[in-house]
Design a protein around this ligand. Structure first.
Ligand code: GAL
Length: 376
């Protein structure tokens, strides 16, 4: 499947881990529609690890769903998800076992792809635990990609090898639509900050066709669930979401969307933020100003229709004055041009500016704008 925009949706892992069930998935599907998440673009509902029995069926060799969690089987769940207008995602692993010790797809790739097609899957997250030492990782991703391409259903391959083996250099060639580039996120400022900064050199390895996935969002988790750590403030969650949007990262919600709070819902459905993430040109941002070991950078992303997105990201522990000379983005002082800004968070007109932009940005917070180049 060719994905021209970063996939958006919900994944069970961050909050639920093994606490997944038919009922919980149906309630989540309902919530995604009722709360306007589907309308905002979140259309994949993905079940992560822990959905199957501990062993394959001894006769058919197939992976089988855990009937305590999914008493009606996976096709019934998938049918329900589809009936809501959502797409259905599942999970397996390139190794012999999944990370939570359920059967992996190693040496069963074609059988499992056929099983996922029977379930009506549209998306497969494919992990990297328990890979036999001498197995070639790139070949394993090629194998599942070819298996999916011949299973009779269009299934997006979401690779998840945590950035091992220089994955950014070869994953696009396998046919994957997105690829995890880092270790697992947890619900804290330091976790998402370090994940984001680790990919500064890999911004360019993300484009329509195959997007760099810096993990499921923790936005709105409020320190509850499987990857709970210290939790984040509202400003920190907004920073996380802004960074993911600026980077064109897949936007997979990890909070319990059945109980999503109003602040989080407003943030993750902000149409201006989503438009930056989903911009059709799919360009990576560039760093216009480097500051404080990459913790106080200003990022600029070229958008379609001659627009720009600008993010002042203060990831340091103190408040800062952040400065962007327009010269550094390619608009010299003497050409009579400047920027007309819209505040992405509020939608308000933020004025026309020449020569430079300067903002006070509190610790762990951001200012974000879209801009048009204008005569000033
Ligand atoms: C990890 C993966 C997580 C989650 C987990 C399931 O390897 O990075 O996102 O899928 O396995 O066990």
């Amino acid at each position: 499947m060719f994905v021209n925009k970063p996939p958006m949706g919900f994944n069970t892992w961050n909050t639920f881990a093994e606490n997944i069930s038919d009922e919980m998935i149906r309630e989540t599907a309902d919530a995604m529609v009722e709360k306007g998440l589907l309308a905002a673009g979140y259309n994949y509902l993905v079940i992560d690890d822990c959905w199957s029995k501990r062993q394959r069926d001894p006769e058919t060799d197939k992976i089988v769903p855990d009937e305590k969690k999914f008493p009606n089987g996976m096709k019934a769940v998938s049918d329900y998800v589809h009936s809501k207008g959502l797409k259905f995602g599942m999970y397996s692993c390139a190794g012999v076992r999944t990370c939570a010790d359920y059967p992996g797809s190693f040496a069963h790739e074609y059988l499992d792809a056929a099983t996922f097609a029977e379930y009506g899957c549209d998306f497969l997250k494919y992990d990297y635990c328990y890979k036999p030492k001498d197995a070639d990782g790139a070949l394993l991703y090629r194998k599942i990609s070819m298996a999916l391409r011949s299973c009779g259903r269009d299934i997006l391959l979401s690779a998840c090898n945590w950035g091992c083996d220089d994955v950014h250099k070869w994953i696009r060639s396998t046919g994957a639509g997105m690829y995890r580039s880092t270790g697992d996120i947890s619900d804290s400022f330091v976790s998402f900050r370090d994940i984001f900064v680790s990919q500064l050199d890999n911004f360019v390895y993300s484009a329509p066709g195959c997007f760099n996935d810096i993990d499921m969002l923790t936005v709105g988790m409020r320190n509850r669930g499987n990857v709970a750590a210290s939790g984040c403030t509202d400003e920190e969650y907004r920073t996380e979401f802004a960074l993911w949007c600026m980077f064109s990262a897949p936007l997979m919600l990890g909070c319990d969307v059945r109980n999503i709070d109003d602040v989080t819902l407003k943030l993750v459905t902000n149409p201006r933020l989503i438009a930056v993430n989903q911009d059709e040109e799919g360009r990576p941002p560039f760093v216009a100003v480097y500051g404080h070991d990459n913790l106080a950078n200003v990022y600029v992303k070229v958008l379609s229709n001659n627009r720009l997105a600008i993010l002042f990201a203060n990831l340091t522990d103190g408040d800062r004055e952040m400065w962007l000379p327009l010269d550094s983005i390619g608009i010299p002082v003497n050409v009579g041009k400047g920027l007309r800004l819209t505040d992405v968070y509020t939608g308000e007109d933020a004025g026309a500016h020449k020569e430079y932009l300067m903002y006070h940005v509190p610790a762990h917070d951001t200012r974000m704008f879209t801009a048009e180049i204008a005569d000033v």
